[in-house]
Design a protein around this ligand. Structure first.
Ligand code: NG1
Ligand code: MG
Length: 513
């Protein structure tokens, strides 16, 4: 399926925001003309996302359930045709915060990116680099055009709503369209954006880019990574009271580029090492298959190989059960019995079990994206991943086959979200006191359940709230969290801290006429 071309903002946004979006787009296009002295030719757009459930399991290749939000990133573009050395000018409507940049390709015809600097244009560059590789692969004689670009983004950065993926996806899409690709295949775009975003220094999974590109308005998205990337829209059931998600900022900035070696990238390493460890301890005959996870071996790869080798699970009547969720249950028990050290494992201990020298472990798992750790908490990480994968299955089945359409359904969904929060806090260690506090306050004010969303360690949280309790929950946060913790916060910032989220549409190209 191709990325759609929109001709009206009504194709993109829900009715409630048409007015405000019209103003924003008119402002962007007027600014473009003022800045570059000619009109933009098209706008490429990709939204942020909120993850409803399935946290930190995409890079272990387990299914996740995010949805796009209405906030998005826009790139207004005009081409610089026929210049032999393409140059890129990229400016932002918020020029005080994001100063204009002008760059070209290096002598090898490549895009240079310095992942160690927190440079806003890196996200465009990584999208450009990915698109360029794909275009060169598909058209060997391909010649890149220069571009003038003006950016307008409404996804808060460092807020857990994946402004980064929105930026990278919109950028790759813009470069593809600017290069004459009228039809951009969604899956190709997602696959290239996943790999591209790693150039910015985080060894990420593929949930954000999938949600940003594939989402369909009014639906959540069930994303699978194995056997191949697939996204299935999931309609929300018509429950009474209406299913309402509140997204709340903690205003604890989670800067992945600074924390990656001890947070995000470290978790990716721990999960891959847990897969190797389990495979060896349980005596798998075959090596784990190389897959599309960031370090090429994953807990999902372990699961599939393990059950293939033992020929499935036997139930009480000795028949083989291939039920996926039963497999996950079994893996939880196996993990408890096999990864017994609560205080983690050193490199030496891991090396002795998996039979790979420490230097090779460092090289294979920790050289491209360095991590800092003495002990690796394999038991806790694997337990989180296997139980979270089960929660996603349960959540999805409650949405697709709701046992009832009343409050009890909402309570069951909320309870699963709450369990995720507990697991993120206790097993995955990716929450923070502020996020825990916000979840607790929301429940006191009537929310069914809530949890951090995205990588965690700060950023946003998402809560399932009865529609008639939305104001109470907001009030609770305002008085007991925001005003206490940030007494000097500006009123407009406070007003934007909490939003009711409606599932929005995915990437689009808009032709300016
Ligand atoms: P954030 O930090 O919200 O962009 C990150 C990863 C996801 C996923 C979540 C945790 C990137 C681009 N995204 O999301 O792939 O692993 O954390 O579930 O790094
Ligand atoms: Mg991100």
């Amino acid at each position: 399926m191709d990325v759609p071309w929109a001709t009206s903002l009504k194709d993109i946004y829900p009715e409630s925001v048409w007015g405000i979006q019209k103003q924003r787009w008119e402002h962007l296009l007027a600014k473009f003309e003022e800045h570059y002295g000619r009109p933009a030719e098209f706008v490429s757009r990709s939204p942020g996302r909120v993850n409803i459930i399935g946290e930190h399991i995409d890079y272990s290749l387990y299914e996740v359930l995010p949805m796009a939000v209405t906030a998005d990133l826009l790139l207004a573009v005009a081409l610089k045709r026929g210049s032999p050395q393409p140059r890129f000018r990229i400016a932002n409507v918020r020029s005080e915060k994001f100063p204009e940049r002008d760059f070209g390709l290096n002598n090898e015809g490549d895009v240079e990116i310095d992942p160690s600097s927190l440079e806003w244009s890196n996200y465009f560059k990584s999208g450009l680099r990915g698109a360029l590789q794909l275009l060169r692969k598909n058209h060997p004689k391909f010649a890149l055009q220069g571009m003038d670009i003006l950016v307008d983004g409404t996804v808060p950065s460092g807020g857990g709503l994946s402004s980064s993926a929105a930026f990278v996806c919109a950028s790759s899409l813009a470069v593809m369209v600017a290069s004459g690709e009228e039809k951009v295949d969604k899956r190709e775009l997602v696959e290239l954006a996943i790999v591209s975003e790693r150039a910015v220094g985080v060894n990420s999974g593929g949930m954000d880019q999938s949600a940003s590109v594939f989402s369909i308005r009014g639906n959540a998205l069930y994303v699978s990574f194995k056997p191949e990337l697939r996204a299935e829209p999931i309609k929300f059931p018509n429950v009474n009271p209406e299913l309402t998600f509140l997204i709340a900022q903690s205003f604890v900035a989670a800067d992945k580029h600074v924390t990656a070696p001890v947070c995000y990238n470290l978790r990716v390493v721990e999960c891959s090492l847990a897969a190797e460890f389990l495979a060896k301890k349980l005596g798998l005959k075959r090596a784990l298959p190389k897959d599309t996870s960031p370090l090429q071996v994953s807990l999902r790869g372990f699961q599939d190989t393990y059950f293939e080798e033992i020929g499935g699970i036997q139930d009480n009547n000795q028949t083989v059960v291939s039920d996926f969720s039963k497999q996950l249950e079994e893996l939880v028990e196996l993990t408890k019995r096999t990864l017994t050290q609560e205080d983690g494992y050193t490199r030496e201990e891991i090396s002795a079990i998996v039979g790979i020298p420490v230097e090779e472990i460092n090289q294979r798992f920790m050289s491209r994206f360095p991590v800092r750790a003495e002990r690796f908490l394999l038991r806790q990480r694997a337990l989180h991943v296997f139980t979270e994968a089960q929660r996603v299955l349960r959540f999805r089945s409650l949405l697709s086959n709701p046992p009832s359409l009343d409050e009890s359904l909402l309570r069951s969904l909320g309870a699963l979200m709450q369990e995720t929060q507990t697991s993120c806090r206790e097993l995955y260690d990716c929450s923070c006191p502020e996020l825990d506090e916000m979840c607790k306050l929301a429940r006191e004010a009537g929310a069914y359940g809530g949890r951090l969303t995205g990588a965690g360690w700060g950023g946003c949280s998402v809560h399932l709230v009865p529609y008639d309790k939305v104001d109470e929950v907001k009030k609770m946060w305002e008085t007991r969290y925001y005003r206490r913790k940030f007494p000097n916060m500006a009123e407009d910032k406070l007003a934007e801290a909490v939003v009711v989220s409606k599932p929005g549409s995915g990437s689009t190209v808009f032709k300016v006429t």
